[in-house]
Design a protein around this ligand. Structure first.
Ligand code: 5GP
Length: 195
């Protein structure tokens, strides 16, 4: 018979947690996350919905759910999103159901989202650990955004304006990690995730 203090091991494991990763566009969050996912099977990366057009190589359902503005607005109204925002002219949001399912499965759920979404998560999921990824400097960020040549000059301009606002808010996060040397940043992230 089970006593009140003999919680089975898989019950103790059964509650996962949520980690929010925020940082300016071009800071290298995507690279960090992809390496973490390869290294650690217990991680699950949330797939966001967005109204932005797919970039070359991006796959619907894998990188994002690419949806129309009216479909996105329907998701807002029906409360299907855990958080959402408008960023550089497009909607972005986190579908609620998969997150709840993965937490129940005991996974560590990663949300790679921008500042406003991270602030909404602070209210809706106060236990989530919020990590901010900083560039080594603003000029390095600017160079990375221009070199990756994924966005139009006007989109890059909007992203850089937004980057400054995000960097100014970094101190409000639980942890700040500078992505200068990739392996050092990964090591610091792993320490935060698995402590
Ligand atoms: P990108 O267009 O470069 O893929 O993403 C632009 C910004 O939107 C990035 O800072 C990214 O982290 C953020 N983002 C992606 N998905 C979501 C989401 O579901 N919610 C919020 N709030 N931001 C997101």
């Amino acid at each position: 018979m089970q006593t009140s203090n003999s919680t089975p091991a898989n019950d103790r494991r059964s509650q996962g947690k949520v980690i929010v990763l925020t940082g300016p566009s071009g800071v290298g969050k995507g690279t960090l996350v992809q390496i973490l996912l390869q290294r650690h099977r217990e991680l699950y990366l949330s797939v966001s919905a967005t109204t932005r057009s797919p970039r070359p190589g991006e796959i619907d359902g894998k990188h994002y759910y690419f949806v129309s503005r009216s479909d996105f607005e329907a998701m807002i109204v029906s409360n299907h999103l855990l958080e959402w925002t408008e960023f550089a002219g497009n909607y972005y949001g986190t579908p609620r159901l998969p997150i709840e399912q993965k937490i129940a499965e005991g996974k560590i759920v990663l949300l790679e989202i921008e500042l406003e979404g991270a602030n909404q998560i602070r209210t809706s999921l106060p236990d989530a650990l919020r990590i901010f990824i900083l560039p080594p400097s603003f000029s390095v960020l600017e160079k990375r955004l221009r070199d990756r040549a994924q966005d139009s000059p006007s989109a890059i301009h909007r992203r850089l304006q937004r980057a400054q606002i995000e960097i100014d808010a970094a101190k409000e996060f639980d942890i700040q990690i500078t992505n200068d040397d990739l392996e050092t940043a990964l090591h610091l992230l792993e320490a935060a995730l698995f402590n």
